[in-house]
Design a protein around this ligand. Sequence first.
Ligand code: SF4
Length: 389
Amino acid sequence: MGAELTRRDFLKLCALLGVGAVVTLYSSEIKRVFSQVAEQSGGKIHLIWLNLASDTGCTISMLQASNPDLIEAVEELGISADFWKALMTPDYDLGWVTAGYTQEDLSQVPLFNAAFGNAPVDVLVVEGTPQLGTPRGNTQGYFCTTGKLNGTPVTGYDLLQKLAAKASYVVAVGQCSSFGGIPAASGNLTGAVSVSDALKQASVSTKHQIINLPGCPANPDWTLVTLATVLQGIDPDLDGQGRPKAFFTSYIHDNCPRRDAYNRGQMAKTFDDPVGCFWDLGCKGPITQSSCAITKWNGGTGFCTLAGPMCWGCMHPNFPDPPTSAFYAPVADTATILGVNVDEVGEVAIAGTAGILAVHAIRRSLGKKEGEPEKENATSSEPSSEATH
Ligand code: SF4
């Protein structure tokens, strides 16, 4: 590897390259960040993964992380997942066994120690939606209750308030915690809201701005890069929705592998079309900002419009309500509502080329040796700025 990344360089890289290049080219540096922070904190980074209303899909997604993978992060890099209910089993140590907890504590003691006791919390990751009550019944309800404290049920919302106030960083992972997602969609019966809205309602302040990593599920590599960033003491550059700009600036439409078909006006009539653009079938790629098409998923092997289905807009703040639904309605009208001119979106891809040039400039400045192989952002084509549809 070339020269070590400084904090400033790391921030620049995340902003300029998009996470794809950062993950691919600098995985060893990302691992180093975790190791350094672990050393500085006396051997462990204390992470609480709080599951609220969701299907636990973001945890499943995290199991697909590859640079580093989750096992490396937990076992080798000094992350102590003091509580991560979905992954805590008697025979697999996520840090809580070595921290001295016994098997019978598995259910809630580490969590309660973090929320109500003296156990440290470096990073609070929230998966799922806080639920504030039942609007129709006008009752608070006891949602996501995890045991009792002094005889009183402790809800997920209670835990969120305590842990968020204590944590150095709060990262909302997934569409549900970032924006409310499916639990907060039209017909919401449980008072489900985003983490940001729930904490605002409870007048709870956090030490740093809450970082939102939407997606259904969230991208595991983006999550680990974000954790590496905050653990370096860097506040990621966030957009107006609290999302790291490094991952949520370009539109999926900019770099979609079907973009050439779009430019040619070759529209798919069915979802098994291997080449055609899914515009007519309701693709929300033109209004959805995320780096899915650049970094891809599952070790960089695929993502929605590459694998077959269209983009459903799961990174979009209102998902799954309009404008991302109705899912099969073409996006043309909703684009106007959002103030996005999809005929101009392709121009962003041209700007992306400038970003790739900047990658080379930064790598040279970091001492990358001449002749070492370069891996660039995986732009799938040479998109034209002239949309023809
Ligand atoms: Fe890709 Fe959808 Fe844009 Fe077509 S409309 S190019 S499938 S993102």
